[in-house]
Design a binder for this molecule. Structure first.
Ligand SMILES: Cc1ncc(COP(=O)(O)O)c(C=O)c1O
Length: 442
């Protein structure tokens, strides 16, 4: 099948298809993948600089995950999960409970990041309903948050450039503006006290109606890799808990090692009431998500007799798919046994941080946390072609997948990348930025 058939008939996510038709945006056929590399039709290696949309944390086609998938596919492909169970779901649940705070004792499985967030949203809403406080149904969120593309997840987010046309479908939330930190470790920001004061005011003002607080903890990903420090996260969680508001962490992006610890929640003492996981959960092999909740929340859904007033009426056909669960258990075991989480490339990150901070190019706010590095680029509005397209093409020519979001360029390769490979990836990024600015100067 040729590429023009593909472009004519297969719709791409987040893509203006006319740009493919016009040839402005390349469509690259990938034949295979191994470790940190994707291979195109000519067998050219391409470093997966964004872990294929942040999913592939342990490297592509890890043999242990591949054989777990093969083993499971030969035994049980799928069974409906209401009234039935299987070992892969039990094994995975044990792993997740071991990795997360002891208070999160119940796991609800779904299919992707957005569905894990929808589950969290509905669980939090119904929790208050079942507890006799149905008026508690509003949520506090962060400006620039991104929680996914389903209607509930879009409502909780505030990335209008993605979701503007869907405004009529979205429900309102109370949005907080985080202070702008230069570095994730910044000690104290002048706007921090005002931020916390405002947050507290909202908690008090809306105490009758608030259900929960949704956070992307430590890093707002798709909203621009906006970092904020663990100290502030911890203060936010404490305040919410003091005011009896459910705290929901969306760790779809940050989970499974990205921040240098298994989860963002491992950077603080407090635990959320609800935790959303997906992406790296299967090492990037199969779609799966989990929403973990505390016992006190789960207990509010129990009732005796034959009525169904408290039942959580939510589910997906592929809930806890056995092959995906087996892949996830194997991927988590690889993540742990190969000790991939604690960053071993800190020196390379530090070297390039200082390099980009001292660059004469119009770059700002170079920053990193754990395995995520980002820079903000001042774009020339007169340059017609989107920055992300130019960078994507320049990087592909040089053997890497780098796909900026707006004017924010970031690197988030699989955690198994070696120092030398990471250095090469940074070198490619540097060449691409230089080439981009050279082209618009001439
Ligand atoms: C923090 C966060 N939540 C939710 C999602 C949605 O995940 P999915 O694309 O798997 O639906 C994303 C996706 O990037 C995300 O970064």
């Amino acid at each position: 099948v040729n590429l023009s058939f593909d472009i004519d008939h297969i719709w791409r996510p987040f893509t203006q298809m006319a740009h493919h038709h016009a040839g402005i945006l390349p469509l690259v056929k990938i034949k295979k993948a191994k470790g940190i590399y994707l291979y195109d039709e000519k067998n050219r290696p391409i470093i997966d600089g964004n872990s294929s949309w942040w999913t592939c944390n342990i490297g592509h086609c890890h043999p242990k995950v591949v054989s777990a998938i093969q083993y499971q596919a030969e035994r049980l492909d799928h069974v409906m999960f209401a009234g039935f169970t299987h070992e892969p779901a039990q094994n995975l649940t044990q792993r997740l409970m071991k990795l997360t705070p002891p208070t999160l004792e119940h796991v609800f499985y779904s299919d992707d990041g957005s569905t894990s967030v929808e589950c969290a949203l509905k669980l939090a809403t119904q929790f208050w309903h079942n507890s006799g406080e149905p008026q508690r149904k509003s949520f506090i969120t962060l400006s620039r948050a991104y929680h996914g593309d389903t209607v509930g997840a879009m409502s909780l987010g505030s990335t209008d450039e993605f979701h503007g046309p869907f405004d009529p479908l979205k429900f309102k939330t109370i949005q907080l503006n985080l202070p702008c930190y230069d570095l994730p470790t910044e000690t104290h920001h002048p706007d921090e006290d005002a931020f916390l004061e405002n947050f507290q005011k909202e908690l008090i003002k809306n105490k009758e109606t608030l259900a929960g607080l949704f956070l992307e903890p430590l890093i707002l990903g798709a909203g621009g890799m906006i970092f904020y420090p663990p100290r502030l996260l911890s203060q936010i969680v404490q305040l919410a808990k003091q005011h009896d508001v459910l705290v929901i962490f969306d760790e779809v992006m940050t989970g499974f090692g990205r921040t240098g610890k298994c989860f963002s929640l491992n950077h603080i003492e407090e635990a959320p009431d609800i935790l959303c996981l997906s992406k790296g959960i299967t090492g990037g092999t199969l779609p799966l998500a989990a929403t973990l909740v505390s016992k006190s929340i789960a207990s509010a859904f129990l009732e005796s007799g034959f009525r169904h007033q408290k039942t959580f009426f939510h589910g997906h056909s592929y809930t806890a798919n056995p092959i995906a669960c087996a892949a996830s258990t194997a991927a988590i075991d690889v993540l742990m046994s190969e000790n991939l989480i604690s960053p071993k490339n800190e020196l390379i990150h530090m070297k390039w941080l200082s390099y980009f901070q001292n660059s004469t190019l119009p770059l700002s706010n170079a920053r990193f946390l754990g395995h995520i590095f980002a820079i903000t680029v001042t774009l020339n509005p007169k340059f017609p072609e989107p920055f992300s397209y130019v960078m994507l093409k320049l990087a592909l020519e040089r053997g890497a997948l780098i796909r900026p979001i707006g004017n924010m360029v970031y690197l988030m390769p699989p955690l198994c990348i070696s120092e030398a490979e990471l250095d090469t990836l940074f070198g490619i990024l540097d060449e691409c930025l230089n080439s981009y600015f050279k082209s618009f100067r001439s």
